[in-house]
Unconditional design. Structure first.
Length: 387
């Protein structure tokens, strides 16, 4: 039997941000992070599109993204080890939601709310859209919601930056699978590994992404999270575009951005819940390409370079994260259910959980709107801008 002060299940960007923030904020206890995938090959982090945006519709998500964006701007220096910066290839090329007549009013309202919280978002005219992306077809567009501060980065590098810094600060990473979380008398007591080994700790944080609900269900504490496959396709065009693209979201929900000299694209297709990392060329040919070619003439000639699939930890209640200590089990914390927003929210979530554990309350950002209790209280956080 082994003992520690805090156990974190899952070493992706959320779990490792929490480990880093705790230690960086002065926590002196022993932290052990468990990860069943030693290469993080199948983590949601490393398979995400890497978008960073403040263009949300709820106060809490705007505040989280505002904080996290500032942290990503200084990430290379903050996570430097022995003078070597943790480069994450953060391209602040903007984030853009294209608007047709039916969604223009909604996006304009969102713009006003975002600006209230200091986000420099703008509703662009069709002419301004053409200045930004000369090849864009605008005949059916009224404009677009745009934020020049936003952009995209390399998710795997962010995760590795957090992991390396957390290790340097004293976190232990154990690459073994957690089979179950243990409890006794309404308190968490540790975890049992798939090997049968038991690790004791008075605090366990469930950051297991698409596997979080399965772990919690074994405690008879169900979470409304289901794993949904999300495919991303990388392709090349015959002719290069005039400008580097913002991460652009078509009114259909299809998004695209540059990845080096090539383009990556995806869409939240309707799929059955389940863990599935397969991808198909037909997804691009049948569902994405017709929309892309209509929106950008340069996309009419496209060559698929590669593809991959990752998992959304989809919160089926309100598509937002579930953060904090579970009301029915002392010492059991969750940071899961991000529904595709984990990458861009990781800095703020790590800081918040660090404060909640060390101080007993949130200080930097009030994350209470994302508490588990909101489901029973019917106080859902309904986010209108889910990609």
């Amino acid at each position: 039997m082994y003992k520690s002060d805090i156990i974190i299940v899952g070493s992706g960007v959320i779990g490792s941000s929490i480990a880093y923030n705790l230690l960086n904020d002065g926590y002196t206890g022993e932290i052990v992070v468990f990860e069943k995938d030693s290469l993080n090959e199948f983590s949601s982090t490393s398979r995400s599109a890497g978008g960073i945006r403040q263009l949300f519709t709820t106060t809490i998500n705007i505040q989280i993204s505002r904080y996290s964006l500032q942290k990503y701007k200084t990430f290379p220096t903050d996570m430097a080890i022995r003078g070597e910066k943790a480069e994450i290839d953060f391209k602040q090329r903007g984030y853009l939601f294209l608007a047709k007549a039916e969604n223009t009013e909604t996006l304009q309202r969102q713009c006003a709310l975002q600006r209230h919280f200091g986000v420099p978002s703008d509703f662009l005219s069709p002419y301004e859209l053409k200045t930004l992306i000369p090849e864009l077809t605008i005949s059916d567009l009224i404009g677009g919601l745009y934020c020049s501060e936003d952009g995209y980065l390399d998710p795997y590098s962010v995760m590795q930056g957090y992991i390396k810094k957390a290790k340097q600060l004293g976190a232990s990473y154990v690459y073994k699978e957690v089979d179950s979380i243990l409890k006794e008398n309404h308190r968490v007591t540790g975890v049992r590994l798939a090997t049968g080994d038991i690790y004791k700790a008075p605090i366990v944080i469930n950051c297991a992404g698409p596997w979080a609900a399965t772990l919690s269900a074994k405690l008879d504490l169900p979470l409304p999270i289901i794993p949904l496959k999300r495919q991303i396709i990388q392709f090349d065009t015959a002719e290069p575009l005039s400008n580097e693209l913002p991460l652009t979201v078509d009114p259909t929900g299809v998004y695209f951005r540059h990845e080096g000299k090539q383009i990556i694209t995806g869409y939240s297709e309707k799929v059955e819940p389940g863990i599935d990392f397969s991808w198909k060329r037909s997804f691009f040919l049948d569902q994405l390409w017709p929309i892309l070619a209509e929106r950008m003439s340069h996309f009419e000639q496209a060559k698929i370079i590669s593809g991959w699939a990752g998992m959304y930890s989809f919160n089926s209640m309100d598509q937002n994260a579930i953060i904090g200590e579970h009301p029915q089990l002392k010492g059991y914390f969750t940071a899961c259910g991000f529904s595709g927003h984990g990458m861009q929210q990781a800095p703020a979530i790590g800081k918040g959980i660090s404060e909640l554990i060390r101080l007993g309350q949130y200080e930097t950002l009030d994350l209470r709107p994302l508490r588990f209790e909101r489901f029973k209280e019917k106080d859902l956080v309904i986010e209108g801008a889910v990609v």
